[in-house]
Design a protein around this ligand. Structure first.
Ligand SMILES: [Zn+2]
Length: 162
């Protein structure tokens, strides 16, 4: 262990600990997903859960809640591995947001959506955290991602909004 590595490891551990309450919420959904045949894998320190009946379950949700992928702390749930791969830059940007805000991310995210709604804007597409995640994914500055993102999540939301 190098002296330089220690502060980085401590910092990394603190980010995981700070996000643990949100990760626990994700773990509950992950357990339900596992019961429906989903499987997990780890990418860049994040647990990605996909497959099984997740696609059927998420497509049965009411239109505004229909998502292809969603992040809770260090757990990302996606309808398939193809979607998880395509949305990695965006969803991992949300992971960084959880590392910054911890459990506060939930009320802050909802607050941003309510503010946009009150202004007559889209509560999802204009949400400050979503816009930041889109920006981070597009610039490809997150853990060596290429910046080539399909933004399936946005495409689906826009189609449903029209
Ligand atoms: Zn998002």
């Amino acid at each position: 262990m190098s002296r330089i590595g220690l502060p980085s490891r401590v910092s990394s551990a603190l980010r995981y600990i700070w996000a643990v309450p949100a990760t626990i919420v994700g773990a509950v959904f992950a357990l339900l997903a596992f019961a429906c045949g989903a499987r997990a894998r780890v990418r860049d320190g994040v647990i990605e859960v996909g497959g099984g009946l997740l696609a059927s379950f998420l497509s049965a949700l009411p239109s505004p809640m229909r998502l292809l992928a969603i992040t809770f702390g260090h757990i990302v749930l996606g309808v398939s591995y193809v979607v998880l791969e395509a949305e990695r830059g965006h969803e991992h940007a949300h992971v960084r947001q959880y590392e910054k805000w911890g459990l506060l991310f939930f009320p802050l995210y909802l607050g941003s959506s309510f503010i946009q709604l009150a202004r007559g804007r889209h509560p999802y597409l204009d949400n400050a955290f979503e816009k930041q995640a889109v920006r981070v994914a597009a610039t490809g500055r997150l853990n060596g991602t290429t910046g080539k993102q399909t933004r399936l999540e946005t495409v689906v939301s826009r189609r449903e909004a029209s």
